[in-house]
Ligand binder design. Structure first.
Ligand code: HEC
Length: 109
């Protein structure tokens, strides 16, 4: 009994710690890497980026569009888009990018 009551809080804390670490290493960080690698040639993909093609909307703008949702965006990214090359993103890559763009929309460049 003593063992249980002493160890439980510690176990619970370390599980919580683990979970926080996992979510702190958030998908948005992976999304940012992907965005810089795959999208920056056309889009303003990060706040510190200066130049991009003129007809592709900056990601911060996309993240602020009315009706924007991570789910819709992730889905959009999985289907080829006429003006964009088909990048054959995986589901998790599309979700990471959507997370990242949603974050940009909240924080702005
Ligand atoms: C070759 C250039 C090019 C690349 C690379 C590119 N895009 Fe685009 N993207 C465009 C253009 C141009 C538009 C505007 C399309 C339009 O107006 O129909 C666009 C539009 C979009 C939109 C907005 C769609 C809407 O609803 O208006 C999203 C979201 C998007 N791109 C995400 C991405 C992501 C994420 C990547 C990287 C994985 C990427 N793009 C890579 C050219 C590109």
């Amino acid at each position: 009994m003593i063992i249980r009551s002493t160890w439980w809080p510690i176990c619970a804390t370390s599980i919580a710690l683990c979970l926080t670490t996992v979510s702190a290493r958030s998908d948005a960080d992976d999304g940012e890497k992907l965005a810089r690698r795959w999208c920056a040639s056309c889009h303003l993909a990060a706040p510190d980026q200066r130049q991009a093609s003129t007809d592709a909307p900056p990601f911060a703008t996309i993240g602020r569009m009315p009706g924007f949702s991570r789910e819709k965006l992730a889905f959009f990214l999985l289907a080829p888009h006429p003006k964009m090359p088909d990048m054959s993103l995986s589901r998790s890559e599309a979700a990471d990018l959507a997370d990242y763009i949603a974050k940009l929309g909240r924080t702005g460049p």
